[in-house]
Design a protein around this ligand. Structure first.
Ligand code: HEM
Length: 311
């Protein structure tokens, strides 16, 4: 079911209008918005159904203060004026939508999750997001909890073609590709085609990370390196490096599923001009509903052909 209401299009337009930001990182806030959408959804646990983007629980401790979310207060602050301008949209949907709009200036995605203030017990504990210092076993444990396979893990990790690491957020430093404002399969190509050595400069006392031999302008996290150190993961790195279309297709499926984790949906739209409004789910959440973000995301990503998202 695809619903794009005028009110929704206005929110998309407003997100698109703030993407370019001269002076911030590489001049675009898109990457940090993608990271916000992923971290918001990535707390989901298939074991008990807790976590996920519903209720935008990253606004509350301990999720707001989880070191894994360092810097995402900046992303949330970028979006706050849009939330104030469009109070009908939930934070959860605004963050999700911002991630998708950031991946492309035009998005055929409409959705809405309107929720009441979540009870504190619904805020997921820390420790559900991946630790960049760890290895393939850790990645399988974290993403397996969300229902993702090895292939999904490698596809999702390709998002590191975008954006950069900040010493004052994660402690890591640098960009993964020379084109951090473009979505591409370059992460995989760089992993395979470049030689990576531990950063061991006299001026570096940060966490273990890897630099490319040569211009030493690029970096990899230990978890990125795990994608080529683990033979099962490496198969997919090779496949995506050789075929960007396959990467885009797999990324779209996996990212769409990620955004939907734990989202409760009610597609009843009768009588609401902005978009769908659903029936109360329980006494704590006065209304939770969304159009099928996943269905729309699939359509949206299928339209991706050659990608230069942030130009
Ligand atoms: C595989 C496990 C992952 C680990 C360990 C990891 C870790 C990190 C770290 C440490 C940073 C740097 C944060 C900073 O210093 O600002 C980062 C940035 C980023 N991550 Fe991940 N990440 C993972 C998976 C993902 C996934 C699944 C996505 C999206 C689908 C994603 C999207 C991004 C983006 C776009 C940035 C750049 C943010 C910016 O430029 O501000 N990451 N990630």
């Amino acid at each position: 079911m695809s619903i794009v209401t005028p009110a929704y299009i206005q929110v998309e337009d407003d997100i698109r209008a703030i993407l370019r930001k001269p002076g911030y990182d590489n001049g675009n806030i898109g990457p940090v918005l993608v990271r916000l959408a992923w971290h918001s959804a990535g707390t989901f646990s298939g074991l008990d159904g807790s976590g996920g983007s519903n209720g935008a629980t990253m606004r509350f401790a301990p999720e707001s203060t989880d070191p894994a979310n360092a810097g995402l207060d900046i992303a949330r602050a970028f979006l706050e004026p849009i939330k104030q301008k469009h109070p009908w949209i939930s934070y959860a949907d605004l963050w999700t939508l911002a991630g998708v709009v950031s991946l492309r200036h035009w998005a055929d995605l409409a959705g809405q999750v309107e929720s009441g203030c979540p009870v504190r017990s619904r805020v997921p504990p820390n420790g559900r997001l991946p630790d960049a210092a760890l290895d393939a076993t850790h990645l399988r444990a974290i993403f397996g909890r969300m229902g993702f396979t090895d292939r999904d893990i490698v596809a999702l990790s390709g998002a590191h073609a975008l954006g950069m690491c900040h010493t004052d957020r994660s402690g890591y430093d640098g960009v993964w590709t020379h084109y951090p404002n473009q979505f591409s399969n370059l992460l995989y190509k760089n992993l395979l085609e470049m030689t990576w050595v531990k950063r061991d400069w006299d001026d570096w006392d940060g966490p273990e990370q890897y630099m490319n031999v040569g211009d030493e302008q690029l970096m990899m996290l230990p978890t990125d390196m795990a994608l080529i150190w683990d033979p099962e993961f490496k198969k997919y790195v090779e496949e995506y490096a050789a075929n960007q279309d396959v990467f885009f297709k797999d990324f779209s499926c996996a990212f769409g599923r990620l955004l939907e984790l734990g989202v409760t949906r009610d597609e009843n739209i009768e009588g609401h001009e902005e978009g769908p409004r659903g029936a109360p789910q329980n006494e704590h959440q006065d209304a939770i509903q969304t159009v099928s973000i996943w269905e729309n995301a699939k359509i949206f990503f299928r339209r991706i052909a050659s990608i230069v998202f942030f130009c």
